[in-house]
Write a protein that binds this ligand. Structure first.
Ligand code: F0G
Length: 504
């Protein structure tokens, strides 16, 4: 096993030249372009501070087709204890590792971590599209990619499978994240599986209860920090980067290996469409890891000849947490790619982004939305998101909390259930359709990033009209105001009354 390098890399040390083998870590900043060995533990580029990519040096002429992947999805699944060395069947069963040829950073298959993540599916949602009045023709259609089917209940498991594999490669024993719920639940599941010690930093009062329950149940050491998600992430990032003696490996999406796993969500969308490319991918944007991963996935799949065109990307933020929306739409900041062959390196106007962050700090602006998963002011993957928007000819929109909650309820009624951030992607699709940006003939895939059982208090509040955070059981009646609110009916323990209430 490779000895664990000091966390955060050896600051100030010159970048290594490209290591032997296909994979390395590469700076996304075209003016830097530093490369580092794949088994170093780095959070950002030690030379310039920008984000890193996992990059693969492939022969320019290398081509792939979907045949090899399609065959693997027929696997019945592993029949051996989880956590040990994964068999080929276990890898094929995983919706992440089935696509391992697209994330070949781990040469030693014995180190690969899997619990059968990514067995998620794509649902054509005609009823929902009709209820939303989307007016899509049969040649197009609305699809929901439901990542809530993952073992811990969100898309995060895709990323954790990859990042824990890297953690194993470097011999990490302690892992940590900041979280509003889903990251911590996923971290705790994979920590329990691999025997790594887990630390979860959560903002005081800022975590969904069910998710907290998961972290506690799986044995993570959970620290409730007096502050919000941004504060927690800054804190844990500092510990991982600047206090190497703590030996903490960071599992938030600033870790580029997380994004490698999350790329496979796009592979599964294509698989669900018989390898056809949709017109739109619509995804909620918080720390912007998912949209970044999707852009990288399509850039790479196009280079390998797996797709001949790229869908458009819509990143949907909440009004109270819309930093990317402001930077992209109001300030017009764009990614400038370094040209063909250097698809993944580029530039953006860092000074303007920095000035905007300073303005936000001076005004003491804090993110605020009912969708806690995207209640993030300083998205760590901002630059990679700009790159994804460039690769996928993307758009960014913001939607109100009322729209988020309404569309979440619509998904629950006519599609899979989902948590509030996922409702934002559907609300965003409706907005883009109203604007005419999405055409009636388009095929639209909304990513539902998490299970309905995150933030259930939001759901119950929508259906009952009661603010579940401020009222206890037995509090007075309230009037629900949602378009499809479905409140429980109070009834006496009396047969006639019950039958009347049942409407039969
Ligand atoms: N959707 C869900 C369900 C999430 O849990 C998150 C992030 C996002 C979307 C945002 O995704 O960062 O890729 O844009 N949840 C973090 C957490 C904050 O702690 O679980 P992104």
């Amino acid at each position: 096993m490779t000895r664990m390098q000091s966390v955060g890399g050896r600051q100030g040390e010159p970048a290594t030249s490209a290591p032997a083998g296909v994979a390395s870590q590469r700076c996304t900043n075209a003016d830097c372009g530093a490369r580092y060995a794949i088994d170093r533990v780095l959070i950002s580029c030690p030379s310039c501070g920008e984000l890193l990519d996992v990059a693969y040096d492939r022969p320019r002429e290398e081509r792939m087709d979907w045949g090899r992947f399609a065959a693997r999805s027929a696997t019945r699944g592993p029949r051996h204890a989880a956590g040990g060395v994964a068999t080929t069947a276990a890898l094929d069963f995983s919706g992440v590792w089935r696509f391992r040829d697209l994330l070949p950073f781990c040469e030693d298959a014995a180190k690969i971590v899997t619990i059968g993540e990514g067995r998620t599916n794509l649902q054509r949602a005609d009823g929902l599209a009709r209820a939303m009045g989307l007016g899509l023709t049969d040649s197009g259609g609305l699809y929901l990619q439901y990542e809530g089917f993952n073992p811990s209940g969100s898309f995060k498991d895709n990323g954790m499978a990859a990042a824990f594999t890297h953690a194993r490669m470097v011999g990490a024993t302690r892992v940590a994240c900041a979280s509003t719920g889903n990251t911590s639940a996923a971290l705790a599941v994979y920590g329990a599986l691999t025997g790594m010690k887990c630390f979860v930093f959560i903002g005081d009062g800022k975590i969904a209860y069910g998710k907290l329950a998961q972290a506690l149940d799986h044995g993570a050491t959970t620290l409730q920090v007096a502050g919000d998600f941004d504060a927690c992430l800054a804190r844990i990032r500092h510990i991982a980067e600047k206090t190497p003696e703590a030996g903490v490996y960071l599992m938030n999406s600033v870790n580029p290996f997380r994004l490698e796993g999350q790329k496979t969500i796009m592979c599964r969308v294509l698989e669900g469409l018989d390898w056809n490319v949709p017109d739109w991918i619509v995804v909620p944007g918080g720390n912007l890891g998912n949209c970044s991963a999707f852009g990288k996935a399509f850039a790479e799949m196009r280079a390998l000849g797996l797709v001949d065109r790229v869908p458009r990307l819509a990143v949907i933020q909440a009004e109270g947490s819309s930093t990317l929306e402001r930077i992209y739409n109001d300030m017009g900041v764009r990614w400038e790619g370094a040209g063909a062959g250097e698809l993944l390196a580029g530039r953006y106007d860092r000074a303007r982004v920095k000035a905007e962050y300073e303005r936000m700090d001076a005004a003491n602006e804090r993110a605020h939305t009912v969708a806690t998963a995207i209640e993030i002011n300083r998205p760590v993957n901002l630059s990679k998101a700009l790159r994804a928007l460039s690769v996928m000819d993307g758009v960014v929109r913001k939607v109100s909390d009322a729209e988020i909650v309404e569309h979440k309820a619509l998904v629950g009624r006519w599609g899979f259930g989902c948590e509030p951030a996922s409702g934002a992607s559907v609300a965003g699709a409706a907005m883009l359709r109203r604007e005419g940006v999405i055409k009636p003939t388009d095929t639209v895939v909304c990513i539902l990033t998490g299970h309905a059982l995150k933030d259930p208090d939001v759901t119950v509040a929508y259906h009952t009209g009661m603010d579940m955070r401020s009222v206890g059981p037995g509090a007075g009646a309230a009037t629900p105001r949602g378009r499809i609110s479905n409140p429980p009916i109070k009834v006496a323990d009396d047969l006639d009354a019950i039958l009347r209430a049942m409407g039969v």
